[in-house]
Design a protein around this ligand. Structure first.
Ligand SMILES: Nc1nc2c(ncn2[C@@H]2O[C@H](COP(=O)(O)OP(=O)(O)OP(=O)(O)O)[C@@H](O)[C@H]2O)c(=O)[nH]1
Ligand SMILES: [Ca+2]
Length: 923
C-alpha cells in the first residue's frame, strides 16, 4: 500500500514530498474526515460468533496547522467523494438525522476494505514506520478523534438510531456491531514515546454490549466503565455541525448572516441566532451545547471560553440563570480537560497525574491540551519546544523524565539536563551567572544553583536585585512566592503563564516611554482606568492612599516654606516702613510683635517648624503614616489657617509646588485637602489619576488589557469580534529605568510599537542636567527621543509620538512664545483673520495658536524622525488628564499596528498622510 520507489524509499501521506519530481504516478488519496465515520454509531442485534476478528483500521493522522479549525482539514466532501457518495452531512438540529445513504456508503468504505485499497487508511500500512507523524499531528488528531465507545449516551445519535439501524445497514454490515473504538498506546517513535492509535476493540471484550435490540441504548451501554483499561484511552466522535443554510446563517432557522450575533455550541460549533439559541440549547445543563451535544466533550479550542458568558445570553436570560449555566459549563464532568490530552515530557497523563498537577500548591495556569515539559527539580514548566512559562510546584510525579531538547534550546548551556533557550541564557547572564564553557547547571526550586559535579552552591539565580524585573521583561517566570519589589504589576506579568497559542500569537506589546515629567504615568493610569474593569486592587488603593497623603504633606511643606518666606518678606517690608517712621519719630518699637497676614500662632509655628525640619531631613516617610493619626487635627488647623490660605493664593510664586497639587488642595469648598489626610480617606480613580508617584516607583509598569468593544467599532469588520480577543500589553518604562545609553531597551525587542511621550509645555522649562548645566527640557526630551528611535533594538519599529499636556501648552503659548526653545525658533505663525478660508467645512475653525503650535511641533518631530530613520512618525496630540483623549491615542496605536499587518497594501505617502491627519487636535 505504501508506494515504494526503486531505491526502497517509502512515501507516506503525512509527509510532504520535497524531493525531485518522480517519473511515475503516485497514488493519490484524499484525506478522510474521521469524525464523519460513524463507525461507532450503531449497534444492531445481530448475533456474532465469538472470536470474530475484525479488521484493525488505524486512522490517517493528517498533519495540520493548529491555527486552522481542525474541521477544515478534513471535509466531508473529500470523504464523500472518496466513497463515491454525496457529501456527508451531519446536522445537529434535534429533528435532523444522519443521511442514510451517506452512512451506508461510509460503512461500506470503512469495512469493505475499499478504504485500505484506496489508501485512505494508509496509516495502517505504515504503522511500522510511524515516524512519519510528528507530535503535532498526533495532537491534532487526538483532538479530532472523538471516537466514542458510548455514543449511545448522545441523544443526537439516539434520535438517529431508528434510521441508522434499519435493517439494510445492519444486515449487510455486521461490523456496525462494533460500538467502541479504543485507543491503545503503541510505541510511537524511536524515542519510546507512547502514542495513541485508534484501533477497533475486539468484539469479545464488549460485554457491555447486549443483544437486546434497537432503541434500548441506555441499558446496552450501562457497563461502559469496564471498557477503560489501563493502557487504553477511549475517545469519542463528537458531532460536527454543518448548516444547511447559507454561510454564516443560523443553524436552526437558516436566517441571518455572518454578522448576526450568534451563540456557538461548545461541542459541534453550531451557531444559533438569538431567536433559536434557547430552543437549540435548552436548559444548558452543561453550558452552551446543543441539546444533542450534551454529554459530549467540548471542542478543546473552545476551552478558553468556558464560563465566559456572551452578551447575547446575558440579554436572553436573567443573571441568576446565566451564572448557573456558566458554573455548569465550568464544572460539569463532560467539560473537564481529559488527562490524556496533556503530555508532560512526552508522556500522556493519567487521571491521577492530572489531579496531582492541578491540585498542587502552584499548578500550571490555564492548562490546555498539548505537550509540556516539566523540570521536576526546579519546577520550571513550559510548552514543548518553548522557553519556560511558569515555575510550578517541583517534585511532582507526573510525566516522563525531561529531555535535553524539551525547550528546543540551542545554547549548549544546560539546566537540570535541559538545554536552555537563548532568552534564558540572557537571563542567566544578567543574573551574573558564569556561562562560559557550556556549563551544565543544577538549579533547585529556590533558585540556588551549582555546576554539575560540584558540591557548592554558587548563588541564587532569582536572588539578585532586579532579577524579577529582568525576568518580567524577558517574559520568563520567577518562583511565585517571591513577590515584592516589583509589586502587583510585574507579578501579574509573571503569573501570566504563557497562554495558549492563540493568545500568545495575539499578545501585542506597546512600549510607553517618555522623558521624566512627560506624563507617561498619567497615560498609563488612564489606560488602566479605561480598560480594566477593576483598575486598582484594594492593596493598590491602600498604597496609593499613603502616596497621596505623603504627597499632600509634601505640598503642605512647600506651602509652609512659602509662608515663612512671605512672612519674612512682608516683615522686612514692614520693618523698612517702620524704620522710616522711626527716623522720623524718635522712640522705637520692637518689630518682633509685628503680625502680617502670613503669620501663624505660636503653637502652629512650633508644629510647622517641626514638620519642615522633618521633611528637610527626609524623615517624613519614616514617621508617616503614623503622623497622620497623631497630627491630623494640627494639620487640619494649619491648612485652614488664614496665613496658609493667603500663601496658597500666591502659589504661582512657589516653584516647587506642582500644578497637580491644586487638584488635591482645592478639593473641598473651603479649600485644602483636609479629608485626604484622614485615615479613612479612600482615593477615587480620579485622585489616583492625578496622584504623582503612584505607578512607577520602580520605573516599570505593565498592563494587560484588551480594547473594549465599542459601538463605533461596529462599522469596521468585527468578524467574530476578533478584535476584542486580541490581547494587548502596555508597558510603561521611565527614561531613568532604561539605564545608561538605554541599555535595557533591548529587553523590549518584542514590542509591537513604541509610544513616545513628550510634554508640550516643556518648551520653556529648564532643568539642571548632570553636568550642572541648565538645559531646555524640550531639548532633553528630543535627545532622549533620538537615542530611542535610533536604538538598534527598534530598527523598523513603528513609533507613535504623543504630544502631551496640550491643555497646559495651549494656555502657556498665549503668554510664553514657543521660540523660547531654540529648536522652535522658526515658529512664526501667521495669525490671520482669513485663515479660516483654508477650512472650507466651517467658518469658525480657525486654529488657535495652541493648535498651530502643536502642528508645528509635530512636524518638527516628524522631520527629525524621518531624517534619522527614513520612515514616518505617527503623532497624536493628547491631554493626559482627559480619558477620551488618551483613549483616542491608544486606539490610534492599535490602528497603526493593524496597518502594519497590511503594510504592503499601503504606500508610504498614504501612511504619512494618515499620520498627519490623525495628529489632529484634541477637542
Ligand atoms: N495639565 C496636565 N497635566 C498633566 C497631563 N499629563 C500629565 N500631567 C501631570 O504632569 C505630571 C507628570 O506626569 P506623570 O504622568 O507623573 O509624568 P511621568 O512621565 O511619570 O514623569 P515623572 O514625573 O518623572 O514621574 C503629573 O502631575 C500629571 O498629573 C496633561 O495632559 N495635562
Ligand atoms: Ca510621575
Amino acid at each position: 500500500m505504501c508506494p515504494v520507489t526503486e531505491d526502497g524509499v517509502q512515501y507516506s501521506f503525512a509527509l510532504e514530498y520535497t524531493g525531485p519530481p518522480v517519473g511515475y504516478d503516485i497514488p493519490c488519496a484524499d484525506p478522510v474526515n474521521i469524525n464523519n465515520i460513524p463507525v461507532a454509531a450503531v449497534v444492531s442485534d445481530i448475533n456474532f460468533q465469538k472470536n470474530i476478528t475484525l479488521p484493525v483500521v488505524k486512522p490517517l493522522l493528517p498533519p495540520s496547522d493548529p491555527s486552522k479549525n481542525p474541521k477544515s482539514v478534513n471535509t466531508g466532501k473529500n470523504l464523500g467523494k472518496d466513497c463515491g457518495s454525496e457529501e456527508a452531512v451531519i446536522t445537529v438540529s434535534p429533528t435532523s438525522v444522519i443521511e442514510r445513504a451517506v452512512v451506508h456508503n461510509l460503512q461500506e468504505c470503512v469495512f469493505s476494505g475499499e478504504l485500505s485499497s484506496s489508501g485512505l487508511l494508509n496509516e495502517a500500512g505504515t504503522s511500522s514506520s510511524t515516524n512519519s507523524f510528528d507530535d503535532k499531528s498526533r495532537d491534532e488528531s487526538l483532538l479530532k478523534l472523538r471516537v466514542s465507545n458510548e455514543l449511545s449516551s448522545n441523544r443526537g445519535w439516539e434520535s438517529n438510531e431508528s434510521v441508522l439501524s434499519s435493517a439494510d445497514v445492519d444486515d449487510e454490515y455486521p461490523s456496525s456491531r462494533v460500538s467502541s473504538v479504543k485507543v491503545s498506546n503503541n510505541e510511537f517513535n524511536g524515542e519510546g514515546r507512547k502514542a495513541p492509535v485508534v484501533t477497533f476493540r475486539d468484539i469479545e471484550s464488549n460485554d457491555g454490549v447486549g443483544d437486546d435490540g434497537v432503541g434500548d441504548t441506555e441499558d446496552r451501554f450501562g457497563g461502559n466503565e469496564g471498557f477503560f483499561e489501563e493502557e487504553e484511552r477511549v475517545l469519542r466522535i463528537k458531532p460536527e455541525a454543518r448548516s444547511k443554510g447559507k454561510k454564516g446563517s443560523c443553524y436552526r432557522c437558516f436566517k441571518g448572516g455572518k454578522f448576526t450575533e450568534k451563540e456557538v455550541c461548545l461541542v459541534c460549533d453550531a451557531k444559533y441566532c438569538s431567536n433559536c439559541v434557547l430552543r437549540a440549547m435548552g436548559s444548558m445543563p452543561e453550558g452552551r451545547k446543543c441539546v444533542t451535544c450534551i454529554g459530549f466533550p467540548i471542542d478543546e479550542s473552545k476551552r478558553g471560553s468556558l464560563g465566559r458568558c456572551s452578551r447575547m445570553l446575558k440579554r436572553l436570560l436573567n443573571s441568576l440563570e446565566v451564572r448557573q449555566i456558566m458554573k455548569a459549563e465550568k464544572l460539569s464532568e463532560a467539560n473537564q480537560l481529559p488527562p490524556e490530552y496533556v503530555y508532560v515530557n512526552g508522556e500522556p497523563l493519567c487521571h491521577e497525574e492530572l489531579v496531582v498537577l492541578q491540585a498542587c500548591s502552584n499548578p500550571p495556569k490555564r492548562m490546555k491540551p498539548g505537550n509540556y515539559w516539566y523540570d521536576k527539580v526546579s519546577g520550571l514548566w513550559g510548552k514543548e519546544g518553548q522557553k519556560p512559562s511558569q515555575i510550578i510546584s517541583p517534585h511532582l510525579n507526573v510525566g516522563g523524565p525531561i529531555k535535553a531538547n524539551a525547550s528546543s534550546g540551542n545554547t549548549q548551556v544546560f539546566i537540570n539536563g535541559r538545554e536552555i533557550t537563548k532568552v534564558e541564557l540572557r537571563m542567566l547572564q544578567l543574573a551574573g551567572v558564569q556561562c562560559a564553557g557550556n556549563p551544565h547547571f543544577w538549579v533547585n526550586e529556590d533558585g540556588s544553583y551549582q555546576e554539575e559535579g560540584q558540591k557548592s552552591t554558587k548563588g541564587y539565580i532569582w536572588g539578585k536585585a532586579g532579577m524579577k524585573l529582568v525576568c518580567a521583561f524577558l517574559s520568563l517566570p520567577v518562583p511565585s512566592k517571591s513577590s515584592n519589589s516589583c509589586g502587583e504589576q510585574v507579578n501579574s506579568l509573571i503569573s501570566r503563564s504563557v497562554p495558549d497559542y492563540l493568545e500568545q500569537r495575539t499578545l501585542l506589546k506597546l512600549l510607553l516611554v517618555g522623558f521624566s515629567g512627560s506624563g507617561t504615568s498619567t497615560i498609563f493610569k488612564q489606560a488602566k482606568i479605561l480598560y480594566k474593569p477593576v483598575p486598582f486592587t484594594e492593596d493598590e488603593r491602600e498604597n496609593i492612599k499613603l502616596t497621596i497623603q505623603s504627597n499632600v504633606y509634601g505640598y503642605l511643606g512647600i506651602l509652609l516654606e512659602g509662608r515663612d518666606r512671605f512672612e519674612e518678606e512682608s516683615l522686612t517690608a514692614v520693618t523698612k516702613e517702620q524704620s522710616t517712621i522711626e527716623t522720623e519719630h524718635i522712640g522705637s518699637t520692637s518689630n518682633t510683635n509685628c503680625q502680617t497676614i502670613y503669620s501663624i500662632g505660636p503653637r502652629l509655628k512650633v508644629f510647622s517648624d517641626w514638620l519642615l525640619k522633618t521633611m528637610v531631613s527626609g524623615n517624613l516617610e519614616a514617621i508617616f503614616p503614623a503622623a497622620t493619626r497623631e497630627y491630623a487635627p494640627l494639620v487640619e488647623e494649619l491648612l485652614k489657617d488664614a496665613a496658609i490660605q493667603a500663601t496658597y493664593k500666591r502659589r504661582n510664586e512657589l516653584e516647587m509646588l506642582p500644578s497637580v497639587s491644586s487638584y488635591f488642595l482645592e478639593r473641598l469648598p473651603d479649600g485644602m485637602a483636609v479629608d485626604i489626610l484622614r485615615t479613612d480617606y479612600e482615593p477615587s480613580d480620579l485622585d489616583i489619576l492625578y496622584a504623582e508617584g503612584v505607578t512607577s516607583s520602580n520605573g516599570l509598569a505593565c498592563l494587560d488589557f484588551s480594547y473594549p468593544h465599542s459601538a463605533s467599532d461596529d462599522k469596521y469588520d468585527t468578524e467574530d469580534q476578533h478584535d476584542t480577543l486580541l490581547r494587548y500589553q502596555l508597558i510603561s518604562v521611565h527614561a531613568r529605568g532604561l539605564g545608561e545609553n538605554c541599555k535595557w531597551l533591548e529587553m523590549f525587542e518584542d514590542v509591537g510599537m513604541v509610544i513616545f511621550c513628550v510634554a508640550m509645555n516643556d518648551y520653556d522649562q529648564f532643568t539642571v542636567d548632570g553636568n550642572g548645566l541648565s538645559t531646555n527640557k524640550m531639548l532633553q526630551s528630543r535627545k532622549f527621543f533620538e537615542s530611542i528611535v535610533t536604538h538598534p533594538t527598534f530598527e523598523q519599529m513603528d513609533f507613535l509620538l504623543i504630544l502631551n499636556k496640550f491643555d497646559l501648552f495651549e494656555e502657556k503659548i498665549e503668554r510664553s512664545p514657543l521660540t523660547q526653545c531654540e529648536w522652535f525658533d522658526d515658529f512664526h505663525p501667521v495669525i490671520s483673520r482669513h485663515r479660516s478660508n483654508s477650512n472650507s467645512n466651517s467658518i469658525n475653525t480657525s486654529p488657535s495658536l495652541g493648535q498651530l503650535g502643536a502642528h508645528y511641533m509635530a512636524v518638527k518631530f516628524k522631520r527629525l524622525y524621518s531624517s534619522l530613520t527614513g520612515r514616518s512618525l505617527y503623532t497624536s496630540v493628547v491631554k493626559g488628564l482627559e480619558p477620551d483623549s488618551v483613549d483616542a491615542a491608544l486606539k490610534y496605536a492599535r490602528e497603526i499596528m493593524k496597518w502594519d499587518e497590511e503594510k504592503p497594501n499601503f504606500s508610504l505617502t498614504e501612511y504619512s498622510m494618515y499620520s498627519t491627519e490623525a495628529s489632529s487636535y484634541s477637542p
